[in-house]
Design a protein around this ligand. Structure first.
Ligand SMILES: Nc1nc2c(ncn2[C@@H]2O[C@H](COP(=O)(O)OP(=O)(O)OP(=O)(O)O)[C@@H](O)[C@H]2O)c(=O)[nH]1
Ligand SMILES: [Mg+2]
Length: 645
């Protein structure tokens, strides 16, 4: 467990950490000289059972509040020091307000320097403190009167910390690894070291990480977790990583940078947040105010504006959009603190709801309703709610990135929300099963209606389908639904048009006339089969039109293409089939030859062969040596054509 100190300047935070751990965290010479803390200090207290308590000592001076914030954001237990002689002072109040805005509920309060005050004063201070924390997240926190001078109360505080530490040993580790860098230094012979708090996930030696925002991939060569050499480190620990990587020397790593799991990095310049404005601060209007945004160990200038109907007034909470001057790595649930841009006052604090805001067309009401769903803590319920709202599918990878879910976690969430996942050109979209089904039904209905009104067109195009949907789908999504409908054989694709499997396109008037001409040419007694070339010569019509017409006539079951570029009427084929059946029936061994058929049908050998081969193909006859058997009973219906795809 990591405990951060908090409290006004000179209230004995550093002295208390030293009394608890034996470590003086004021390392800098300027700190020693001026007798105050400037930067974060780190100390560890190894407990009996091999468990280590970590302390982050923060400065109390208002000018170093930025460092204080870097120390407390991401930490879940705090030790607030209030000097018995002074009582609560301005930074006691400001730090407490910050802890409250960060929602840090686990904490203890130390009344320090009790050797300097009377019993009566101590009772008074305790009462003041209780009243002060009453309306904050530290309400009811235990209070320990201590003196580092006499040692009074130190043992009791240590014991209590041990109990708290034991109770929080089993922290649930989740998400992809991320660490907020707070210190960077090099050790001779070892190399570059970065330290910080592990906000989520775990890391092992050799793991690859992304150094953000530099975009450099590094490898963890060595790990110290809670001040001990370790093979891995996880959420809730402070750790020091020895990192190496190509191009590391060229960049300047700073406090505020992140080390992240390579795949998960989610960075942007817009954050939608649930914001609480401090009691005596001006409202956050819809026009926006300039602020300094503290997140993790970073501080970035930006603007914040209410995205609700009204401004967010003091002591109220509301949804706001932060627009940053440069991009930041943030995830759902990350705590933020907003200060004024001259870093004088803390204005507000809150939680990130959406770190990957896209500003594409939604009305404010729709956006607020999406954000309400995103705010739901349980990822399964949140996903289910988002899916219910999404009529065009939900970008699932984005959801996982926002929530910092590992692959295993995201699979569980998807299953929990009983969602359907479809992939199209690398984008994974999630749908509720109900939505998917209703989209399919709607599309089929549109195609059906299209057939009814436009029987001479072989169905609507994708665009026409989209225009007829209640709500237009993204082109990718529609393509995805259509391709599934096609592969489920519920619809068919014909070029760029879609039709029901049972639909046959009717002829236009012009096509009808041409078809009749073709049919009568084929009916001519002297010639049974025709090629396109012969038809062009006979009818003096363009070859392309004839080909098209022939194809349609085949589909409609009027003619048969018995061989390449040879067409014959279906009724002729029916007559030929009867001849074949009769020949087989009358023959002693139930077979007939090409010559017998040619004679009976009155057609030449060069037409007889393809006709019989066609019969073989459709399963009417079978060739046995030089003869043929008839496979179907005479009364069985003949299928001369299979509908084309
Ligand atoms: N008599 C007495 N003096 C104390 C006690 N605790 C701290 N002090 C003194 O108070 C002064 C400030 O203590 P620090 O621990 O440096 O205070 P701090 O809260 O860390 O101050 P900043 O880090 O600058 O915010 C030092 O001179 C300490 O010796 C105590 O219990 N009794
Ligand atoms: Mg100090």
């Amino acid at each position: 467990m990591i405990i951060a100190t908090a409290g006004h300047i000179d209230h004995g935070k550093t002295a208390l950490v030293k009394a608890l751990t034996g470590v003086d965290t004021d390392r800098l010479s300027e700190e020693k000289k001026r007798g105050l803390s400037i930067d974060l200090g780190f100390a560890y207290l190894p407990l009996d059972e091999g468990y280590t308590l970590g302390f982050v000592d923060v400065p109390g001076h208002e000018r170093f509040l930025r460092n204080m914030l870097a120390g407390v954001i991401g930490i879940d237990c705090v030790l607030l020091a209030v000097a018995a002689d002074d009582g609560p002072m301005p930074q006691t109040i400001e730090h407490l307000a910050i802890l409250d805005l960060l929602g840090i509920a686990r904490g203890l309060i130390a009344i320090t320097k009790i050797d300097r005050v009377s019993k009566a004063r101590l009772v008074d201070v305790r009462r003041t403190i209780e009243t002060m924390v009453g309306p904050t997240s530290l309400r009811g926190a235990e209070i320990f009167p201590v003196s580092v001078q006499t040692g009074e109360g130190i043992a009791a505080l240590t014991n209590h910390l041990k109990i708290v530490a034991r109770a929080t040993k089993k922290i649930t580790v989740g998400g992809n690894f991320r660490l907020a860098i707070d210190r960077i230094f090099t050790i001779n012979g070892v190399g570059l070291i970065v330290t910080g708090m592990v906000h989520s996930g775990r890391i092992g030696i050799g793991d690859r990480l992304l150094l953000s925002p530099h975009g450099v991939v590094v490898r963890a060569r060595g790990i110290h977790a809670q001040n001990r050499e370790a093979s891995s480190a996880f959420q809730g620990q402070r750790c020091a990583l020895n990192i190496s990587g190509v191009g590391l020397k060229k960049i300047q790593i700073r406090r505020g940078d992140w080390l992240l799991c390579e795949q998960s990095a989610a960075s942007g310049t817009r954050l939608d947040v649930r914001l609480r404005v401090l009691f005596d601060e001006k409202p956050v209007s819809k026009r926006g105010v300039p602020v300094l945004v503290h997140l993790g160990t970073a501080a970035i200038p930006g603007r914040v504006a209410s995205i609700q109907r009204e401004a967010i007034t003091g002591n109220q909470s509301g949804l706001a959009r932060i627009t940053l001057d440069r991009s930041i790595v943030a995830y759902w649930g990350d705590r933020i603190i907003l200060r004024d841009q001259s870093a004088q006052r803390t204005i507000a604090g809150g939680k990130v709801v959406d770190p990957l805001v896209s500003v594409r067309g939604r009305t404010r009401l729709e956006r607020l309703s999406v954000l309400a769903a995103m705010e739901i803590v349980d990822p399964v319920k949140s996903l289910a709610n988002l899916l219910d709202q999404s009529r065009v599918g939900l970008q699932f990878d984005r959801f996982c990135r926002v929530r910092n879910l590992t692959a295993v976690e995201s699979k569980k969430v998807l299953h929990g929300a009983s969602a359907k996942l479809t992939e199209f050109e690398g984008v994974r979209l999630a749908f509720t099963t109900t939505l998917w089904k209703s989209l399919c039904t709607a599309i089929i209905e549109i195609i059906k209606a299209y057939h009814a009104t436009s029987p001479i067109i072989s169905g609507p195009t994708q665009l026409e389908i989209n225009e007829n949907l209640d709500r237009r789908l993204a082109v990718d999504v529609l393509a995805m639904v259509l391709s599934e409908l096609v592969s489920d054989r519920r619809i068919r694709r014909n070029g760029n048009r879609f039709h029901l499997p049972t639909f046959w396109r009717q002829n236009t008037e012009q096509e009808g006339v041409l078809l009749q001409q073709i049919l009568s040419a084929l009916r001519a007694v002297d010639q049974t089969a025709h090629s396109v070339r012969e038809l062009v010569a006979n009818l003096a019509v363009d070859g392309m039109d004839i080909k098209q017409s022939l194809r349609n006539a085949v589909k409609q079951g009027l003619i048969v293409d018995i061989s390449y570029d040879r067409y014959i009427l279906v009724e002729r084929m029916e007559t030929f089939a009867l001849i074949a059946k009769r020949l087989a029936k009358n023959s002693p061994d139930a077979t007939f030859t090409v010559r017998m058929f040619s004679n009976q049908a009155g057609i030449g050998r060069n037409l007889t062969i393809p006709v019989l081969e066609y019969f073989d193909r459709i399963g009417l006859t079978r060739r046995v040596g030089d003869a043929r058997q008839v496979l179907k009973s005479i009364d069985a219906p003949l299928i001369y054509h299979k509908p084309l795809q």
